[in-house]
Design a protein around this ligand. Structure first.
Ligand code: NAP
Length: 277
């Protein structure tokens, strides 16, 4: 069993990207990200802070647009349009969740595909579906980089994903399918979940429920990737019962220190890519 060190991998990734950012700056091109944060969601504030720190480390300029909870949809769209039109902005990120009165899909659709560093625009997702070059959402992309870095075979393997969200589960399934995995997607209406997860060579948990995946759900020798971030009074937990599951696996990601740091590193990667475009 090997515990995947997402933190170390993310550090190396950021160092490589820093060199690329320096090369761009030497040509007079300064990569710049704009982040829109609506309202005062605590977790979002932590994510945004982590992203700004990573930008600083890599040498990407960063602009934060803080909007009140009661911001109107028209105002949000106007701000996105303005950022789309600004030549100094290479990437635009709308931190989710946004307040319920706002339509997040319409907002994602409005972000120019050339600046869609989160990969949530339907054009980016459509291109991923067609296996064309595009911005891949950062969490699935980070997981693909982890699998690659640890020489984990994907081709012909049975990958089971628990969760079908637009930001994790669905793009994850496409990434794995594009690399020739046989993919099963499970969700809250899935019947006999355990029977399915027990068949997984690669099991990806993106549910948002603390320690949901237990040892009896995992095949011996499986690769287990834990996307979950569950903040409780006892601390931070993944979606996998790490202590009991780890001994059965060939590779497993911890929480924290697994998928999370690679998600941020892939955002940096996408900003550099957008700048080069
Ligand atoms: P989400 O939008 O809430 O989706 C959760 C998915 O889990 C849904 O598809 C849901 O099914 C499924 N699910 C819920 N209960 C289930 C059950 N009992 N059995 C099977 N499936 C079940 O969440 P998300 O945005 O994908 O995020 C998932 C987790 O990853 C969260 O903890 C989030 O904080 C974390 N996350 C981490 C990172 C990172 O960088 N590490 C990035 C993004 C998200 P239905 O579709 O049927 O409702």
């Amino acid at each position: 069993m090997e515990i995947i060190d997402g933190k170390a991998l993310a550090k190396v990734t950021r160092e490589n990207l820093k060199k690329e950012a320096e090369e761009l700056r030497a040509k007079g091109i300064v990569p710049k990200l704009a982040v829109i944060l609506v309202g005062s969601d605590k977790a979002s504030q932590i994510y945004v802070r982590n992203k700004s720190k990573a930008c600083e480390e890599v040498g990407i300029e960063y602009e934060e647009i803080l909007l009140e909870e009661d911001t109107k949809m028209d105002t949000l769209l106007d701000i996105i349009d303005d950022l789309n039109n600004r030549a100094d902005i290479n990437g635009i990120l709308l931190q989710s969740p946004i307040p319920e009165h706002l339509d997040i899909n319409e907002a994602f659709r409005r972000i120019s595909p050339e600046k869609d560093v989160d990969g949530f625009n339907p054009i980016s997702l459509g291109k991923l579906c067609l296996n064309q070059d595009t911005f891949v959402s950062c969490t699935p992309y980070g997981i693909m980089k982890i699998l690659e870095a640890y020489n984990i075979d994907i081709r012909g393997k049975h990958a089971v994903i628990i969760g079908r969200s637009n930001i994790v589960g669905k793009p994850m399934s496409l990434c794995l399918l594009n690399k020739d995995a046989t993919v099963t997607i499970c969700h809250s209406k899935t019947k006999n979940l355990k029977e399915i997860t027990q068949q997984a060579d690669i099991l990806i948990a993106a549910i948002g429920k603390k320690q949901f995946v237990t040892a009896d759900m995992v095949k011996t020798g499986a690769v287990v990737i834990d996307v979950g971030i569950n903040r409780t009074e006892e601390g931070l937990f993944g979606d996998v019962d790490f202590e009991n599951v780890k001994e059965k696996t060939s590779f497993i990601t911890p929480v924290p220190g697994g998928v999370g740091p690679m998600t941020v590193a892939m955002l940096m990667n996408n900003i550099i890519k957008a700048t080069k475009l």
